[in-house]
Structures are given as structure tokens and as C-alpha cells.
Unconditional design. Structure first.
Length: 372
């Protein structure tokens, strides 16, 4: 049987959620039925290496300075001419531009776009451009109910062209990791209460500073904030903790490929983002049976069920985060139950097996419809 050729188009392959999910799909898709390649702007680091280990060819076309760089599209069209994909699937704005424009010019049978962010503050010009790109596509995927509503109501993409496909975590690969790492190995004790977070340190988006401020409000020396991730605002966060006199309660370990090891050290998880398309790390925490404190923004308010799998708080509100930490600390039974409920919810809705089979069925449905 001839394999169906899929070409994914995304922005940078480094350590973000989009490329992590592409890696999960690459590990679990039906290789007898499909063939997969990826076009991106730039690629580096362990995810690129892991994709190549899975046999996925990765093409790099260079960074976009604007959506109208003809030279970049020529490079993608060269890949299309060489590979002859049956389906082109673009995510992130650069990926959507590549998939829609080059898919149309290259006469790819099926064009799919995917909105992976929380685009509530996107400019009117960008929304207009997305609407034009969508006209060239067969389908536009939203990664959460909130994102699909944005696509229909704000971007004004026809509802019959919008499809909900929840993001997912590679729980089959992710949870199996993690050795016998102990709290004492990073200077923590068994009596400490560990509030954790994982992600790229862009504080204007991720708002880790709100966690530091919340810990200052609580004024409990045994509550520690463990942050796994790197980024341009890490120095600022360390300075803020020092300024507030809680530098000993802020443990920052930088980027770690094996985050599962560190989830296992945590008592609860917090994702205080100002905006979030989905929040994959919230699902990762749920797979580790951690109660999740999350801001009620974007896809997070779809992923986390308030007072069932965690606690939803308003964005930019350290006091509400402090209150939530205090509640979970003083109510261990409720905390445990939230963790169990979160695990069951993640297993049902956000596992890589569910995602992969759903995406494969979508590919087959659209290809059958367009070819016949």
C-alpha cells in the first residue's frame, strides 16, 4: 500500500510545545500508512535530534522577517516538488503561511492550518491575514474550545471549516522517564512544600513573577518555588526574589530535557500565564497526579476544572495564587483528590494515543473527500 505523505510546517524547533507535540506524533503515528517530514524556520537541540532519530527529515528555510518573503516560500515549494505531499499541515503563524500559500501554489491535495496560541490580543491586521490564509485551506484546527471559538467568532472563519483537536502529551514516553532523583539532590527537604512550574521564561506571558510575589505574601519559609525552564527573564526573576527576601525559596534549575524527574518532586503545580493557547505543562502535571493552580485564560480554563482538578484564578493576581497555595497546603485530602481527578481527565482527553488516532482519521477523511 502506498503511504500517505504528510508535510508539517512549523516555526522554530527548539523546546516549545508545538514541536514537542510533533515529536509525540512522530513517535506514535502509523508508519505503515503514513510518511512524515517537517519544514521549519530553524531547528536545534534535543527535539531536532529526537525527530531525526525517529527517521523524520527536517528542512530548514530560515527565519521570517515578514509573511511576504518570497524566497522562503520558494524553498518550501522546492520541498513540495521533491516530496509531493498528499497533505500539508501548518502550525504557528509562519507554519500557517507556508502551508496555505505553498500548499495552494504547489497544488497539495489537502491543506490544514492549526492555531496553536491564545490569539486574543492579535492585531486586526494579523487576524485579517489569518482569515485570508484560511480561505486557501480545507480545515483550520483549534487546539482547545477557547481557540476554536476565537477562530469562529473573532477571526470569522466559517464554523464548518473549524475543527477542535485538543493538544496532547506523550504520556507513554513522558511518564516512563524519571529516575530516583531526590529532593535532597537539589537542596530541598522532605518537609518542604514544593510548588512547581515548567516552561520558557518570558515573564510578560508566563508571569512566573506572580508566583514569587504569592510566596512573599504567604511568608512561609517551608514553601518553595521550583522552576524548570530557561529564558530571557530568568535573571529578572532571581533579582525579584532577592529583592523580596525570598531568594532561598526560589529554586531555578534551567532547561531540563527530562522534566518528568522534577514533576515527581512537586506537591502542586502552578501555571500563572497571562495568555495560553492550551497549556501542555498543565496536562503533564495532571499526568503526575498534581493539583494545578492555573489562570482562567485561553485553553487553561478548558483543561483545568475549577475545584475538581485544580483551582482557576484571575490573571495577574498574586493574592489569589497565594490563597490557592494556602488552601492546597492546608487541605491535603482535597489536594490528593484533585490530583487523582486530573490524572483521569488527562488520560481520557489528552493522551498521545487519542490525539494520534484522531489526527490520522482526520487526514484520511479529508484526503478521501478531496481526491474522490
Amino acid at each position: 500500500m502506498k503511504r500517505i505523505k504528510i508535510l508539517h510546517c512549523i516555526e522554530t524547533i527548539s523546546s516549545g510545545g508545538v514541536e514537542v507535540l510533533r515529536l509525540g506524533f512522530a513517535r506514535h503515528y502509523n508508519k505503515d500508512r503514513f510518511d512524515l517530514r517537517i519544514v521549519c524556520t530553524n531547528a536545534k537541540g534535543p527535539i531536532k535530534s529526537a525527530l531525526e532519530k525517529e527517521g523524520i527529515q527536517v528542512y530548514q528555510v530560515g527565519s521570517f522577517k515578514s509573511p511576504f518573503e518570497i524566497g522562503k516560500y520558494r524553498k518550501v515549494l522546492t520541498v513540495i516538488k521533491e516530496y509531493s505531499p498528499d497533505i500539508i499541515h501548518g502550525a504557528v503563524f509562519e507554519g500557517m503561511c507556508m502551508a496555505s500559500i505553498c500548499g495552494f501554489l504547489g497544488k497539495v491535495p489537502v491543506i490544514i492550518l492549526e492555531e496553536t496560541s491564545d490569539p486574543q490580543i492579535r492585531s486586526l491586521k494579523a487576524i485579517w491575514l489569518q482569515r485570508q490564509l484560511a480561505k486557501l485551506a480545507d480545515l483550520v484546527i483549534g487546539i482547545s474550545p477557547s481557540v476554536t471559538q476565537y477562530l469562529i467568532k473573532k477571526a470569522r472563519i466559517p464554523a464548518d471549516k473549524v475543527y477542535l483537536l485538543n493538544n496532547a502529551v506523550d504520556n507513554q514516553n513522558f511518564i516512563s522517564k524519571g529516575g530516583n532523583f531526590k529532593r535532597e539532590d537539589i537542596g530541598l527537604s522532605g518537609s518542604d512544600y514544593i510548588l512547581g512550574s515548567v516552561g520558557r521564561v518570558h515573564d510578560h506571558v508566563k508571569k512566573y513573577s506572580d508566583i514569587i510575589k504569592a510566596i512573599k505574601i504567604l511568608n512561609y519559609s517551608h514553601i518553595k518555588f521550583l522552576l524548570i525552564g530557561d529564558g530571557p527573564d530568568l535573571v529578572y526573576l532571581k533579582g525579584l526574589a532577592l529583592e523580596l527576601g525570598i531568594e532561598k525559596q526560589f529554586i531555578s534549575l534551567g532547561f531540563k530535557e527530562d522534566t518528568a524527574t522534577y514533576y515527581k518532586l512537586m506537591d502542586c503545580f502552578c501555571i500563572p500565564s497571562a495568555q495560553e493557547g492550551f497549556g501542555l505543562v498543565a496536562v503533564e502535571a495532571m499526568f503526575h497526579q498534581l493539583p494545578v493552580i492555573a489562570t482562567a485564560v485561553g485553553g487553561l480554563k478548558d483543561v483545568v476544572q475549577n475545584e475538581v482538578t485544580g483551582i482557576l484564578v484571575p490573571p495577574s493576581d498574586p493574592q489569589s495564587i497565594a490563597n490557592s497555595i494556602n488552601f492546597l497546603f492546608n487541605n491535603p485530602e482535597s489536594s490528593l483528590n484533585m490530583g487523582k481527578e486530573g490524572y483521569l481527565r488527562a488520560l481520557k482527553l489528552y493522551g498521545i494515543g487519542t490525539y494520534t488516532s484522531s489526527l490520522e482519521k482526520l487526514y484520511l477523511t479529508l484526503l478521501t473527500k478531496n481526491v474522490n
